[in-house]
Design a protein around this ligand. Structure first.
Ligand code: PMP
Length: 425
């Protein structure tokens, strides 16, 4: 812990280090899409394939035992990481798979006509489309909590939208468009008060803020490894034990049964019940290593560093005329419990310039950002845009990355102004 030694951190990421060697160094600001991987994660996966590769939970020979041991050790790491019990951790292929599992295994069997599922207007499609489908299937209704100017769900909005009919509230801890940190705990308290459950989508928070199931009041919680410096194709779904016990599996196949007969089957207990098929053992091993990496750096140090970068980025953008930043213009709120207000995902529009053109201009300067609706079309429409440009930070970013981004945005604006003037003559 302590403060972050960014140079040392960057040296641990082969692609970040390589990007720095370029004549025009790469400023990678697309971390909300996926993060780069440190050496320790890469080598833990390679170690698995070179030295321990066998199917888990099946063989009795020593290699299979090693593989099983590594897989279960990864599960214990994930459990400790989010404050859960080992058997409450289901390894998935990512946040999308986890959220679909909750919607279809829990939601589809619990919801009835007239019931309500509360989500926010700031959900990624992964935490919207499964609920939309399940609502259609069951006759339940989707109710939207609307974010305020700073991208946050207010107490009034919670009081108004979470009521006696709410069975499920499903909320992104951090928005992948606005970077806003939602008051998940307060939404959980409201939905628990009416006997419902809280589903937390922590895909965008886990690389930036501590994620603890009790602190958030989450009954289910999902995230992806690849957005927190772990491998692609791996994720975690947490489910409270009492809830998992009563749930039907979504996928059926090997490794998840108690016994199978010609016409019927009895399923294993969680987590095996929800992990049909050969698991991504190397992915779980890599994810556990990414968690160890995060804990070693310490979330306080990461947050301090990212807050500094975020303030630099926000004040820089505020100084560029014609740039509109969506959501909060500061990192920290003034809430009684001192919650963070915003993480380093910053969506903006440049007046008169298409977001895709801004991203393309930045790409020419080797500044990597993303333009589009970011898999959150209802939110982008709510913001009054068809697309936004999005810069997103991670712990290995530097002041230089932010400054190159800001220069490039100014350059893009100037280039367009010249084109417009030329077209008027
Ligand atoms: N929720 C949020 C808030 C996200 O940002 C993302 C990824 N963009 C997801 C869910 C889905 O994650 P994945 O694509 O890794 O399944």
């Amino acid at each position: 812990a302590g403060s972050l030694d960014v140079a040392a951190v960057r040296a641990q990421f082969p692609l970040v280090a390589a990007g720095q060697q370029l004549k025009r160094p790469l400023a990678y600001l697309d971390n909300a899409a996926t993060t780069h991987k440190p050496e320790c994660v890469l080598s833990s996966q390679e170690y698995f394939y070179r030295c321990a590769n066998a199917n888990a939970s099946r063989g009795v020979y020593s290699l299979a035992k090693t593989s099983t041991k590594l897989y279960e050790k990864a599960r214990r790491m994930a459990a400790a990481f989010i404050g859960a019990a080992d058997d409450e951790i289901i390894f998935t292929s990512g946040a999308t798979a986890g959220l679909n599992l909750v919607a279809f295994s829990y939601g589809a069997n619990r919801l009835a006509p007239g019931d309500e599922v509360a989500i926010t207007m700031a959900e990624h499609h992964s935490n919207l489309l499964p609920w939309q489908a399940v609502a259609k299937l069951t006759g339940a209704k989707l109710v939207y909590l609307l974010p305020d100017e700073e991208g946050r769900i207010s107490d009034e909005e919670i009081a108004e939208k979470v009521g006696p009919r709410t069975r499920i509230a499903a909320v992104a801890h951090v928005s992948n468009v606005l970077g806003s940190v939602q008051p998940v705990r307060r939404i959980a308290d409201a939905v628990h008060a009416v006997g419902g459950v809280l589903v937390a989508d922590c895909a965008q928070s886990v690389a930036h803020l501590p994620v603890d199931v009790s602190a958030l009041g989450a009954d289910f919680l999902a995230f992806s490894a690849h957005k927190m410096f772990g491998p692609l194709g791996t994720g975690v779904l947490y489910g409270r034990r009492e809830l998992l016990e009563g749930m039907e599996p979504l996928l059926r196949g090997g490794g998840m049964i108690e016994s199978v007969f010609e016409q019927d089957a009895a399923f294993a207990l969680a987590p095996a019940r929800f992990e049909a098929g050969t698991p991504n053992i190397a992915g779980a091993v890599g994810l556990a290593e990414a968690m160890r990496f995060m804990l070693e750096l310490g979330y306080d140090a990461v947050r301090d560093h990212e807050r500094h970068l975020l303030e630099r980025l926000l004040s820089g953008l505020a100084a560029v005329p014609g740039v509109r930043v969506h959501g909060a213009t500061r990192a920290d709120g003034t809430f009684e419990d001192d919650e963070p207000l915003r993480c380093g995902v910053v969506s903006f529009n440049v007046s008169g310039v298409d977001a895709n053109d801004v991203a393309a201009a930045l790409a020419r300067d080797n500044v990597a950002v993303r333009a589009g609706a970011h898999c959150a079309e209802p939110l982008v429409r709510f913001l009054g845009e068809r697309a936004t440009c999005r810069a997103s930070l991670a712990l290995y970013n530097t002041d230089e990355d932010v400054d190159r981004f800001l220069e490039s945005v100014e350059g893009a604006k100037a280039a367009v102004a010249i084109m417009i003037m030329a077209s008027m003559h």
